[in-house]
Design a binder for this molecule. Structure first.
Ligand SMILES: [Zn+2]
Length: 186
């Protein structure tokens, strides 16, 4: 099964007319967490990330809450190394709590579910650098950014999705009078 089939079968790719957090309208919405409901898919996707970085002398895997916890755990399990979890420390910043240790010079692989703007990943990377660790790579399930994002570390995505969005005043879905849905949350 290819990656897109895994996301489709788990119901992670919704089609319709969606209001994104950016305010733009999109014909596709990624209910990204749905794929994590299926351990067999999560395992296969994490294996792709683990295999990609296996020879990069990674010492530990770090993921931001919430999906990043599951991903970091599974990628680390497959690589036979340790996983730590970055928790929100403010509106946009992340920190490591609960005794999560990064030793100076540790090569850390950062994992997350969907890469859109790269905001959380960048915050996790700065939290790693604050502890004198090295961000040695970034692994995500889905990359759907509209432009290339520079993390100063190699990026691997299990799946590349085309990000289509419209500004509300030029939206063909609005023109077609398709009801606008605000996804996510409860
Ligand atoms: Zn619209």
């Amino acid at each position: 099964m290819n990656t897109e089939e895994m996301f489709r079968k788990s119901g992670a790719i919704l089609e319709g007319h969606f209001l994104l957090t950016s305010g733009r309208h999109s014909p596709v919405y990624w209910e990204k967490f749905r794929v994590m409901q299926y351990p067999e898919y999560a395992q296969q996707l994490c294996e792709m990330i683990a295999n990609h970085f296996r020879k990069q002398s990674i010492q530990l895997v770090a993921g931001p809450t919430t999906a990043g916890i599951i991903l970091a755990f599974e990628v680390a399990r497959q690589m036979g190394i340790r996983a730590i979890y970055a928790e929100k420390a403010g509106e946009k910043t992340f920190t490591f709590r609960r005794g999560a240790a990064i030793n100076p010079g540790d090569r850390v692989l950062v994992v997350d579910d969907v890469l859109t703007t790269g905001g959380s990943i960048k915050e996790v990377i700065s939290a790693i650098k604050e502890r004198n660790g090295i961000a040695a790579g970034v692994g995500v399930l889905v990359e759907r950014s509209e432009q290339t994002i520079d993390f100063s570390a190699p990026l691997f995505a299990c799946h590349h999705a085309v990000a289509v969005s419209y500004s509300p005043d030029k939206c063909p879905l609005c023109d077609a009078k398709i009801p606008l849905v605000k996804p996510g949350g409860g």
